[in-house]
Design a protein around this ligand. Structure first.
Ligand code: ADE
Length: 232
């Protein structure tokens, strides 16, 4: 049987999922709390990882080492980098790149991790398709998009940086953890899914829109993840 790791960014969303756990156990490792149990009958372990790529990758690695997870689902919010995609819409990553990885001086393309055999870290198509179906069922009023996301240790809140990332990587949205999780999943040979609700447009209005939207996003993603558990 699979064990699904769920890493959420938002307190409310993680709380909702944790309160739905049966056979719940709380464990702590390296200043991090993990909640193990069953969600709709499926083996899961849930955690909040904190902000940024290092927090993201180390939490995935801990879930692999301590709980033997076979799949990792990451939920959170993101800034839109595509005019079509509005606040409230959901993006499912088909792959993830680092927008802040740069070793151009050594002949690598911007975003390429030196000596890595791939440029874009993949996600699992099976999980992306399941998530799309779940979203259409439980959040029918929300639009879902599939495509590349870009991650970096930077909250994007100005047009110039936004346009630079758009020009280099053409991602649907930008956030701060997804690529690190997909990277850790790739190295460990486990499945990865990244679900991001759009909270802002990654421009001068980003700081204002973000807190307003976070609560709604948390509710939508918790609902989606619960529904996905029925079909895994
Ligand atoms: N997460 C949500 N909005 C974001 C933004 N504008 N930049 C980076 N991460 C985000």
């Amino acid at each position: 049987m699979r064990t699904i790791g769920i890493i959420g960014a938002m307190e409310l969303e993680v709380e909702t999922l944790i309160s739905s756990l049966t056979e719940k156990e709380e464990l702590s490792f390296s200043k991090r709390k993990f909640y193990k149990g069953k969600l709709n009958g499926k083996n899961v372990v849930i955690a909040r990882c904190g902000v940024g790529k290092v927090n993201a990758a180390l939490t995935v690695q801990m879930m692999v080492d301590k709980f033997n997870i076979t799949d990792i689902i990451n939920t959170g919010v993101a800034g839109s980098l595509n005019e079509k995609i509005d606040i409230g819409d959901i993006v499912l990553a088909t792959g993830a790149v680092y927008h802040d990885m740069e070793a151009v001086a050594f002949g690598y393309e911007r975003g390429q991790v030196p000596q890595m055999d791939i440029f874009e870290f993949p996600t699992a198509k099976e999980l992306v398709d399941l998530a799309e179906k779940a979203c259409l069922k439980v959040n029918p009023d929300i639009k879902v998009y599939k495509g590349r996301i870009a991650s970096g240790d930077q909250f994007i809140a100005d047009k110039e940086t936004k346009n630079t990332i758009k020009n280099y990587f053409s991602p649907l949205c930008v956030e701060m953890e997804g690529a690190a999780m997909a990277h850790a999943a790739y190295v460990n040979g486990i499945n990865c899914l990244i679900i991001r609700a759009i909270s802002d447009k990654a421009d001068d209005s980003a700081e204002m829109d973000y807190p307003t939207f976070e609560k709604e996003a948390a509710i939508h993603s918790a609902r989606m993840v619960m529904e996905m558990m029925n079909n895994l």
